[in-house]
Design a protein around this ligand. Structure first.
Ligand code: RIB
Ligand code: CA
Length: 318
């Protein structure tokens, strides 16, 4: 029987903020996750794939297939994030090992299979470098028609974390980002300038922990670990929960102020390779290709995070 949920494929590099984003998607009644595909980025592909399996097990959804994606970008190497996410990519939390095995198909092949076999369009949530999706689009252009939307965390308006103004997901694989931005699929983009505003404050983490039980404490600890880097290195007051924005938008779009712009990837710049160039005043007269996140309502975002943890925690305790 058909359900009315939005079908999604979740492509990610877990990753502490990916872990929370996955939780939001699983807790939502609007989303039906068909598969989780992994990409290296925050840590190696071995770690992100095992983390995806273990997180789904922890979240009570090891029935969702996990498929391994690329270890490397289309060109060069990833700049990894052990300084933010810990050696294994999920901070200092020890998750139980999932009994599930990864899917036999590689990520780009599973993405194609799911899209082509579906009788309705599918949304792709992308919270890591865009390599798997770019590979799927390049090898199997027929999938373009089957993609409803790519809701992605990546890029920025002149703010960087792997370069002065280069964001990690977009800038770790500039060629892949270019392929996504120019393929014609609808894109909702949540860049670093925006995700720096969706901060989960220590008092919010304490409130999450106060739900009670190991589950809620583990989620609060994911945030606390991620927060350390931003507090110590950047002086932030809270944990910028980047990846959850790409999911929160699908659950409650009103949290964000979105505007349509033309966005391109700089592939050549000496200082700007990997940056997203956003034409705020349509100077180039190029057609808008991205619904671009400009502002967020932090309180509404944090409420959604709290409600999602509460809901999943309750469900798992039954
Ligand atoms: O720039 C933030 C992004 O880089 C997030 O997706 C985070 O998980 C890291 O991959
Ligand atoms: Ca990520």
């Amino acid at each position: 029987m058909k359900n009315n949920k939005r079908k999604v494929i979740f492509d990610c590099d877990p990753g502490l903020d990916d872990a929370l984003a996955l939780l939001l998607a699983l807790a939502s009644d609007n989303l039906d996750i068909l598969a989780v595909t992994t990409i290296a980025g925050n840590t190696t592909i071995e770690n992100t794939t095992q983390n995806a399996l273990d997180l789904l097990y922890f979240y009570g959804r090891s029935d969702i297939p996990v498929s391994r994606g690329n270890a490397n970008p289309l060109l060069g190497n990833f700049s990894m994030g052990a300084h933010v996410h810990g050696k294994r990519g999920i901070g200092s939390v020890e998750l139980k090992s999932s009994p599930a095995q990864e899917h036999s198909l590689r990520a780009h092949d599973l993405i194609r299979k799911l899209l082509m076999e579906s009788d309705e369009k599918i949304t792709i949530i992308a919270t890591g470098p865009l390599t798997n999706i770019a590979l799927a689009l390049t090898l199997y252009p027929e999938i373009i028609e089957k993609i409803e939307l790519i809701s992605m965390m990546g890029g920025s308006l002149n703010v960087g974390n792997i370069g002065a103004a280069t964001e990690a997901n977009a800038g770790n694989d500039p060629e892949a980002t270019h392929i996504i931005l120019s393929c014609g699929v609808p894109i909702a983009m949540f860049g670093l300038h925006l995700t720096y505003t969706t901060q989960i404050y220590p008092k919010d983490m304490d409130r999450i922990e106060s739900i009670g039980g190991t589950f809620a404490k583990t989620i609060a600890d994911f945030n606390r670990f991620h927060f350390q880097f931003y507090k110590n290195e950047l002086g932030f007051k809270g944990d910028p929960s980047h990846d959850s924005c790409a999911v929160a938008y699908l659950i409650n779009p009103d949290i964000f102020t979105m505007e349509e712009y033309n966005v391109v990837m700089d592939l050549d710049g000496k200082y700007s390779r990997g940056q997203t160039i956003v034409d705020l005043y349509n100077v180039t007269q190029r057609k808008p290709n991205v619904l671009f996140g400009m502002k967020s309502n932090r309180e509404a975002f944090v409420e959604l995070v709290y409600d999602s943890v509460l809901k999943l925690s309750y469900k798992l305790s039954k």
